[in-house]
Design a protein around this ligand. Structure first.
Ligand code: GAL
Ligand code: MG
Length: 998
């Protein structure tokens, strides 16, 4: 005998709701009184819903209950456990069923309502509950709902009474909805968005759907509004205002609960992300008044391009998840507001709600500050891909209404926001009939926006062709129309900001700007999803696996432009500079003439000014402002920067720095805010050679294999067996505690994850050594010459280098180091490329301060240095580091011409013959490699100094493109020269500028 499995309420994909109200647009303003139900609730956590205590839904339960704050996710309040997976469901794939062990939270609270309140209706609104829930009011079942990232409203008028009322909510962690909520993020549950009671008038304005478009000349606005009344016959008044000025108004009599308004607005002020102009529509009846902000704009596809108000736009966007390091997916208005302001300040003009609708206020803020939004349905069933049955439920008619519900409710809620330009039907869920149906339903509701879904890879039903992490070559082909479909293209995700990186963003931007079909992309992603932790006096952030969660995708969730403490990562500066809407380039062959290209889509350059500076290695010697720019969008103009000729100091570099700044205050930044900074070398050289200082004659002393060459200015020791300079000191104090030694290794970065195995377990690049071939010591005129031949190689490798280190010790106290490295291959195998080629040496640990001349102030890498400029900068060794949550190579600076390392007065000055890459750190690369969290990085006894002839780029290969060929360091011959000297730190600059005859 077989009995069929009993379907539980939360395992029924065809049951979309019980008593939930039809979704409706969120209003910007509403006269209906509200009571927030945020705050403390009674809470009971259970291992399965069936274990609920008898009569829990009744008004009084005498059990001892915990308390929990609403909104919150219960995993961040000590219940259940934290678990992070990218793709995997945490249980067998057997939809719609979910585990019998199904963590459940029962929430209870009381609310007093007075007689006045009861004259009107009572609506209970949940803005977000993860993943499904039942509600009881005063012991009676009031409804059931799901879709974690959308609101649910219940009309509980019949259930409430004067005085105390009891509200009970039972939340299920797993439900059939979970099959559609498999986004790459922490699994979190509970009432995690606001809860409120609305005192809705009997004759309320229930809905007001606004379309605000433009006429065919894009001149005049056409406003239509469909107002839906709850129960009303009578007069509806409406008024349209612009910045407090009345534009029009009227009254309409309604007989059948609906009112249709149509109004033409002459010479309308249009909305775009660059000009977020909003009108205010007020609709009222005798009892109720609501407000909707209106932005007039028209989205179309014309001649193969996405257009806003007839202009082809370029999206410079970012993917945004709701996240907070202490609260998980529970965020606040203030946090989101500052996120959006930051996006604007860093030149972004678009945001994708990956991968679910955000809080209602998110869209208000995007309307107000100006961001184009891809609003995405709460829909992802990625785990099915990994069992090679991606369309299992996506093509199953039994799931169709679930797909439709998630999309339709999003549209019904967010359709009034001018910022929303595309509806995205979800993410990573294969493609099938359920999406086709969802597209139809969306179009039936709203034909004024475009439909997006990356999973529709042939753009069969979508309006845009969307891909993610597309490699440069393929993207170029798409740009050249080399695909079957010809729809406009966007990259819904690219540039994976995991750990150190992404690099190579400029190559993408160049393609976006070159090919009209390519309309930009959205960087992955805004925020690192690290969880704030204090443990044993240590403060740090945990990621997947740190909670004993298995399986887990570990730090794959640490992939944002913002660190969890909200500090910007270097990638944010880089991205901002790469996408900056104004580009300054120097006319070839000219020193003063510049082209200013306007990449704004709507603003002319009259909104910016140019602040220019002539810099003498970072010191400003002339400056000026040019504020008469006027180029129209997508146009350019040429300017002459009127600097005066000047006398160049000896051996000194000059640069022209150009900052493009805002001319007026805007709502996200003040006048003077820098949009873009570029620097141009002036190539004015005044080379002066001088006589190298002299000094006492050098003495030579050899003792137990140690050769000391010294006078009063310097003392250097060479180990005659190891063939190495082992120290550099003066007046008995060591400055270098170990001399140069070749290396090809860096602590691998997340973007090296697919190289790491080869590099470290096959080519053993971290296991290198040098063998001494010979040591020659000569004294030549008054200087000492130590030439050391070495063989450099890695464990069990046939490739390596013949190195000749030539040390010239001068009586002045200078030591010139020249390394000539010649590659060798006696077998066949070698790495395709190396993280770096160069040397490292060690400095005295007491020397913790530094000054350098090179790119700065932040870190820079060959394929990520747009946001750095040449200058003289100060820092400490520790402050040079970027504390990536998952420790990895960081803090590198490119193009360094000299650096000083000091404690108080005297320091070590190292100047390069040709600029080199540079790192300083208080730990070794190996300890950086091993550590899983910053506090685990083991301190070294010395300061580690790297000088790189070449350092490989970062790329975005943790998810996406590798470093471009030109940023891969190939095995190649190289040579580098630098001079070491102990100098008073106040003389670093003068000494660094000296050039010698001899
Ligand atoms: C994409 C996905 C994102 C995220 C990203 C990697 O495939 O859409 O949700 O997983 O990869 O971080
Ligand atoms: Mg996914």
């Amino acid at each position: 005998m077989t009995a069929s499995r009993k379907k539980k309420r939360w395992e029924d994909q065809s049951l979309l709701e019980i008593n939930r109200r039809e979704a409706r647009t969120s209003f910007y303003g509403d006269s209906a009184p509200k009571i927030s139900l945020n705050g403390e609730w009674k809470f009971q956590y259970l291992d399965a819903p069936e274990l609920s205590p008898e009569g829990f839904e009744k008004a009084d339960t005498d059990q001892e209950w915990d308390t929990i704050d609403v909104p919150s996710v219960w995993q961040m309040r000590g219940y259940d456990k934290m678990h992070y997976t990218d793709v995997l469901y945490l249980f067998p794939i057997n939809p719609p069923f979910v585990p019998t062990e199904n963590p459940t939270g029962i929430y209870k609270r009381k609310i007093r309502l007075d007689r006045d309140w009861l004259r009107q209706d009572t609506i209970l609104k949940f803005h977000g509950v993860d993943s499904a829930f039942d509600v009881w009011v005063n012991g009676c079942h009031a409804g059931y709902s799901k879709v974690s990232r959308l609101p649910s409203e219940f009309d509980i008028t019949e259930l409430v009474r004067e005085g105390e009322n009891d509200i009970t909510v039972r939340v299920y962690k797993w439900s059939d909805g979970t099959w559609l909520e498999d986004q790459d993020m922490w699994w979190l549950s509970g009432i995690y968005r606001d809860v409120e009671l609305i005192n809705e008038p009997k004759n309320a304005i229930l809905d007001c759907r606004v379309d605000a478009t433009l006429d065919s000349a894009y001149q005049n606005g056409i406003l239509t509004a469909d107002i839906c009344l709850k129960n009303y016959q009578g007069t509806v008044n409406w008024r349209l205002e612009y910045r407090g000025h009345e534009i029009s108004k009227s009254s309409v009599y309604s007989k059948n609960r609906t009112v249709h308004i149509e109004e033409r607005v002459e010479e309308v002020k249009t909305w775009t992300a660059e000009t977020p102009r909003l009108y205010m529509l007020t609709v009222s009846t005798e009892e109720h008044e609501i407000k909707v902000r209106v932005g007039f704009r028209k989205i179309e596809i014309k001649d193969g391009n996405i257009r806003v108000n007839n202009q082809v736009i370029l999206l410079n966007g970012v993917n945004h998840h709701d996240f907070n390091p202490r609260e998980g997916r529970c965020v606040t208005y203030e946090q989101i507001r500052s996120d959006i302001i930051l996006m604007k300040r860093y030149n972004m003009n678009a945001v994708r709600c990956s991968h679910y609708p955000s809080n209602e206020y998110f869209y208000d803020l995007c309307d107000e500050f100006g961001l184009y939004v891809i609003d995405e349905a709460d829909l992802e069933c990625h785990g099915f891909e990994w069992v090679e049955n991606y369309n299992w439920i996506t093509d199953d008619p039994g799931w169709q209404m679930a797909y439709v519900d998630r999309n339709v409710r999003m549209v019904q809620r967010d359709r009034n926001h001018p910022s929303v330009i595309m509806w995205s039907m979800g993410n990573e869920s294969g493609f099938g009939n359920n999406f086709k149906r969802a597209a139809q339903e969306i179009r039936a509701l709203d034909s004024t926006r475009l439909i997006h879904y990356e999973g529709d890879s042939d753009a069969e039903v979508t309006d845009v062709y969307s891909t993610m992490y597309t490699r440069i070559q393929k993207l170029q082909k798409i740009g050249e129309m080399g695909t079957d479909n010809k729809k406009p293209h966007i990259m819904c995700e690219y540039g994976h900001a995991m750990g150190n990186g992404p690099g190579g963003l400029k190559a993408y931007q160049n393609l976006f700007r070159r090919y009209k079909r390519l309309q930009g992309g959205f960087l992955w992603e805004w925020y690192d999803h690290g969880v704030y932790t204090e443990k044993n006096g240590k403060k740090f952030y945990r990621y997947g696996g740190d909670f004993g969660d298995f399986p887990s995708n570990k730090n794959f969730c640490i992939d944002g432009l913002l660190m969890p403490d909200r500090s910007p990562s270097p990638a944010l500066f880089e991205y901002s500079q790469v996408i900056a809407p104004v580009e300054v380039t120097r006319t070839e062959g000219s020193i003063r003439e510049f082209q200013i290209k306007n990449y704004f889509d709507f603003l002319s350059l009259s909104v910016v000014e140019i602040d220019w500076f002539i810099e003498e290695e970072g010191t400003v010697i002339q400056s000026g402002i040019m504020d008469h720019l006027s180029a129209k969008p997508h146009n350019e103009e040429w300017v002459e920067i009127p600097f005066h000729s000047f006398r160049a100091k000896a051996n000194t570099d000059y640069y022209l720095k150009v900052c493009v700044c805002l001319k007026e205050d805007v709502n996200y930044a003040s006048k003077g805010h820098i949009i873009s900074t570029v620097q141009f070398p002036l190539e004015i050289t005044n080379t002066e050679l001088s006589e190298r200082e002299t000094g006492e004659e050098l003495t030579f002393k050899e003792d137990s294999h140690l050769l000391t060459i010294e006078n009063r200015n310097i003392s250097v020791k060479f180990h005659m067996v190891y063939g190495k300079m082992v120290s550099l000191s003066k007046d008995g104090k060591d400055y270098l505690t170990d001399g140069p030694q070749m290396t090809v290794y860096r602590a691998t970065i997340d973007n090296d994850m697919y190289k790491k195995e080869d590099w470290m377990n096959r080519y053993f690049i971290q296991k290198s050594s040098e063998q001494t071939e010979y040591v020659n010591v000569k004294s030549k005129e008054d200087k000492a010459l130590v030439t050391i031949g070495k063989y450099f190689g890695c464990l069990n490798q046939s490739w390596g280098y013949h190195c000749v280190y030539e040390y010239t010790v001068y009586p002045s106290g200078q030591v010139k180091v020249n390394l000539q490295a010649q590659r060798v291959q006696k077998g066949k195998l070698e790495p395709e490329f190396l993280p770096r080629i160069g040397i490292f040496m060690k400095g005295n640990k007491e020397l913790q301060k530094t000054k350098w001349y090179g790119l700065g102030p932040g870190e820079s890498y060959p394929d990520s240095k747009s946001a750095s400029s040449m200058g003289i900068y100060d820092s400490t060794v520790d402050d040079l580091q970027t504390r990536y949550l998952y420790p990895q190579e960081n803090g590198h600076r490119e193009n360094v011409k000299w650096f000083g390392l000091y404690a108080d007065q005297d320091g070590l000055l190292c100047k390069m013959e040709k600029p080199l890459g540079w790192n300083l750190s208080n730990y070794s690369d190996e300890s950086l490699e091993i550590a899983q969290h910053p506090y685990e990085i083991e301190e070294a006894e010395d300061v580690l100094i790297h000088l790189d002839y070449l350092h490989s780029g970062l790329g975005s290969n943790s998810c996406g493109e590798e470093q471009q060929e030109k940023y891969k360091v190939k095995l190649q011959n190289f040579s580098m020269t630098f001079t070491l000297q102990v100098v008073d730190k106040d003389h670093f600059l003068t000494k660094a500028r000296e050039r010698y005859w001899n």
